[in-house]
Design a binder for this molecule. Structure first.
Ligand code: GDP
Length: 434
C-alpha cells in the first residue's frame, strides 16, 4: 500500500523527519505541491540537511524521487539543492525526475511577490517572497511556462517575452530585460530537460509493477488554499486531494493517509492562531522547539496543542493515523494545556470554523494535564515514556479522533517510537519499519 504524509497543522510539523524515517519502506517518494518555500530539516547521523524542493527521500540511496505537476519549480533553487546534495556525497543522478507539466518560477515571479506583499501593507500574508504565489497565479491564468515548454525554444521565446513585457507594464519603473531572462532560462533548460518525465505515467506504471510510493505533502492542512485559513494560506492544495491532482494518480492509489502534528502548535506568518501564547510560555516553546523557519529564519508563533484544528485536518484528509512530533519539547513543564473547543461569545464551537473572521474571534477552551519531569528526549519505546507523557498522548489521541502511530522524541531518525500495534490497526497492510 502507498502512503501520503502531510501536515495536520500550520506546516513545519516535522514532515521531513517522518518522510525520511519511513522512506526505506518505499520505492518512490513524490512531492505534489508547493515550491521551495517548504523547508524540511532532516538530521542523519548528526548531519543537517535542509530540503526545499527535492523530496526528503533523496537521502536514501536507491529511492527514486519525483516532483509532480502540482509543484512550482525555480530552476535556480533546484540546481542549488542538487549541487548541495552532490557535495554531501548524495548521488542524485538518475534518481530525480520532474514533471513536464510542472510550472516554472521565473525571476519576474519573485519581483511580483515582493511587490504584492508591499502593496498589501497591514494586510500582508507573510509569504516567503520566493515567487511561488505569482507562479501559481500564472498557472491559473493560463500563461504559465512549464518544464515541458523548454523543449520548444520558439514558443518559449514568445511566451517569456509576453510575460516579461506584461510585468514591465504592471510594475512601475520595472525594466526587466526579456533577453536576459530568456538567455538564463535556455541555459538552465540544458540541465532541466533531462530530468523531465510524464510523472503520472511513470507513477502509474510503477504501481502496476508493484512498487510502493510515499506522497510527501508540504506546508499543512490549515495553510491549504481551499481548506486553510484563507487568505492567510499558501497557493496550493496541501491536503490529500493535492496528491491526486498534483501527480496524476487516482484517489484509490493514495492508500493510507498519515497526518503529522506537533505535540503543540506553531504557525509562521500572519493569520489567526487560536492557541497562540504571546507570553513567556510561548517563548519557552519557541526556544526549546527551535521554532525558527528552516528557510527564512523567521520566529514561529507558538501555542498549545489545538485538537479542534487537528480534528478538522482528520476530516479534510481522512487521516488514518498521526505522527506526533516534538513531544520532548514539552519535557519539564509543570502542566500542559490542550485546546478541545473554541468559545465565541456565548457559543462553544467543537468544529473548526470555515469563516476566518469567526476563527480570529475565537478563544480556546483548555483542558489541563500534568507535565512530566523525566525527559522523553530520545525515548524509542512507548513503554519507556513517563506515565504523564503516556496520558498526555492518549488524551491528544482521544480529543483529536486519530491515533498516534509514530511518536517523535527528538530530531534524529533514531529518536522515534514506532507503535506497531497502532500501525497495524490503522494502516492495515502497510507494514512500516524504522
Ligand atoms: P517540516 O517542514 O514539516 O519538515 O518541518 P521542519 O523541518 O521545518 O521543522 C521540523 C524541525 O523540528 C526540524 O528542525 C526537525 O529536525 C525538528 N524535529 C522533528 N521532529 C522532532 C522532535 O521530535 N523533537 C525535536 N526536538 N525536534 C524535532
Amino acid at each position: 500500500m502507498n502512503l501520503a504524509v502531510l501536515g495536520a497543522q500550520w506546516g513545519d510539523e516535522g514532515k521531513g523527519k517522518v518522510v525520511d524515517l519511513l522512506t526505506p519502506n518505499f520505492d518512490i517518494v513524490a512531492r505534489y505541491q508547493g515550491g521551495h518555500n517548504a523547508g524540511h530539516t532532516v538530521y542523519v547521523n548528526g548531519r543537517k540537511f535542509v530540503l526545499r524542493l527535492i523530496p526528503s527521500g533523496m537521502l536514501h540511496p536507491g529511492v527514486v524521487c519525483v516532483i509532480g505537476n502540482g509543484v512550482v519549480v525555480d530552476p535556480t533553487a533546484l540546481f542549488q539543492e542538487i549541487d548541495e546534495l552532490m557535495q554531501a556525497g548524495i548521488d542524485v543522478n538518475g534518481r530525480l525526475f520532474v514533471s513536464g507539466s510542472a510550472h516554472l518560477i521565473l525571476p519576474y515571479h519573485r519581483d511580483l511577490d515582493l511587490l504584492s506583499e508591499a502593496r498589501r501593507g497591514e494586510r500582508k500574508i507573510g509569504t516567503t517572497s520566493r515567487g511561488i504565489g505569482p507562479a501559481y497565479e500564472d498557472k491559473i491564468a493560463r500563461r504559465g511556462i512549464r518544464v515541458g515548454d523548454l523543449a520548444d525554444p520558439a514558443g518559449l521565446d514568445k511566451n517569456v517575452r509576453d510575460n516579461v513585457n506584461a510585468r514591465n507594464r504592471l510594475v512601475h519603473d520595472s525594466t526587466m530585460d526579456a533577453d536576459q531572462v530568456l538567455a538564463r532560462l535556455l541555459e538552465q533548460a540544458e540541465r532541466l530537460r533531462p530530468l523531465a518525465r510524464d510523472v503520472s505515467l511513470m507513477l502509474n506504471d510503477a504501481m502496476r509493477a508493484g512498487k510502493r510510493i510515499m506522497f510527501e505533502g508540504a506546508q499543512g492542512t490549515l495553510l491549504d488554499i481551499d481548506h486553510g485559513t484563507y487568505p492567510f494560506v499558501t497557493s496550493s492544495n496541501a491536503t490529500v486531494g493535492g496528491a491526486c491532482t498534483g501527480l496524476g494518480i487516482g484517489p484509490r492509489s493514495v492508500g493510507a493517509v498519515m497526518g503529522v502534528a506537533k505535540a503543540y502548535t506553531t504557525r509562521v506568518g500572519e493569520g489567526p492562531l487560536p492557541t497562540e501564547l504571546a507570553d513567556d510560555m510561548g517563548q519557552r516553546l519557541r526556544d526549546s522547539g527551535n521554532e525558527y523557519g528552516a528557510v527564512t529564519g523567521r520566529p514561529r508563533r507558538c501555542g498549545w496543542y489545538d485538537a479542534v484544528a487537528v480534528r478538522y485536518a482528520a476530516r479534510i484528509n481522512g487521516l488514518d493515523a498521526l505522527a506526533l512530533t516534538k513531544l520532548d519539547v514539552l519535557d519539564g513543564l509543570p502542566e500542559i494545556h490542550i485546546c478541545t473547543a473554541y468559545r465565541s461569545g456565548s457559543r462553544t464551537l467543537t468544529e473548526f470554523p470555515s469563516d476566518v473572521a469567526l476563527l480570529a474571534a475565537c478563544e480556546p477552551v483548555y483542558e489541563t494535564m500534568p507535565g512530566w519531569t523525566r525527559p522523553t528526549k530520545g525515548i524509542r519505546r512507548f513503554h519507556d515514556l513517563p506515565d504523564a507523557a503516556k496520558r498526555y498522548v492518549a488524551r491528544l489521541e482521544a480529543v483529536s479522533g486519530v491515533s498516534a502511530a509514530i511518536i517523535s522524541t527528538g530530531s534524529d531518525r533514531s529518536d522515534t517510537i514506532l507503535r506497531e500495534d497502532i500501525i497495524h490497526a490503522t494502516l492495515g497492510s502497510l507494514t512500516l519499519q524504522a
